[in-house]
Design a protein around this ligand. Structure first.
Ligand code: AP5
Ligand code: MG
Length: 208
């Protein structure tokens, strides 16, 4: 199974991806997580990505495309993968298509998680993550359990100011992927409003 997850910031891609990868036993490849790991490790990639991420801007295509090409060439991705947050621009989508074509592979589905902008700021500013397990929580919608509550952290780009830039980047640079993949008959639209379990059921019903 080769799946792409697209949707605005805070749509619930990470939350739902965890469930999908368990079900299909495929690696969860999140470019955002890869960049954050590089920032924490202080690598040259991390130093480059950090300034863009903090400002809510996309990391340049030439950096991102190389990173993903290397990642999907690894052994664990040979039977499939779920890409969360990539591609995010038309050149990224074209590069991915080219890489898959070279290997005679195709995408099974491009899931578009649809959530209106009005709900995004609240989802993003209330998000907390467990640095030990990577689990995603929300102070109101999915509060961390007591034993985890003291160690949860907030992402540096989860401020109201950065969210506005991230939404702008989504509409300007990522939304064109919707007609791009629709024209290739792989786009699957999923309503991302509702309880996470309900949304997981919608995804399962559509993926089969
Ligand atoms: P990335 O990490 O991909 O961030 P994003 O796309 O902005 O998405 P998020 O991770 O913020 O949201 P999500 O959809 O995963 O939602 P979540 O499940 O956590 O990218 C970060 C940055 O890295 C980018 O801005 C860019 O700089 C760079 N980058 C990454 N990929 C790139 C690329 N390909 N090209 C260039 N640059 C790139 O949920 C959010 C919150 O809502 C949580 O608190 C959760 O508990 C809650 N929640 C989830 N579902 C529900 C629900 N159904 N109801 C209520 N609350 C919910
Ligand atoms: Mg995410």
């Amino acid at each position: 199974m080769r799946i792409i997850f697209i949707g605005p910031p805070g749509a619930g891609k990470g939350t739902q991806a965890t469930k999908i990868v368990e079900r299909y036993q495929i690696p969860h490849i999140s470019t955002g997580d890869m960049f954050r790991a590089a920032v924490t490790a202080g690598t040259p990639l991390g130093r480059k990505a950090d300034e863009f991420m903090k400002a809510g801007k996309l990391v340049p295509d030439e950096v991102t495309i190389g990173l993903v090409r290397e990642r999907i060439a690894q052994d664990d991705a040979s039977k499939g993968f779920l890409l969360d947050g990539f591609p995010r621009t038309v050149p990224q989508a074209e590069a991915l298509g080219g890489a898959l074509d070279e290997d005679g592979l195709r995408l099974d589905a491009v899931l578009l998680l649809e959530v209106p902008d009005e709900l995004i700021v609240q989802r993003i500013t209330g998000r907390r993550s467990d640095p030990e397990t990577g689990a995603i929580y929300h102070i109101e919608f999915n509060p961390p359990p007591a034993e985890v509550a003291d160690r949860v952290t907030q992402r540096k780009d989860d401020t109201e100011v950065a969210v506005i830039s991230r939404l702008d980047a989504y509409h300007a640079q990522t939304a064109p992927l919707v007609p791009f993949y629709d024209a290739r008959s792989v786009l699957v639209r999923v309503n991302g409003v509702g309880a996470p379990a309900e949304i997981a059921e919608r995804i399962t019903a559509k993926l089969g």
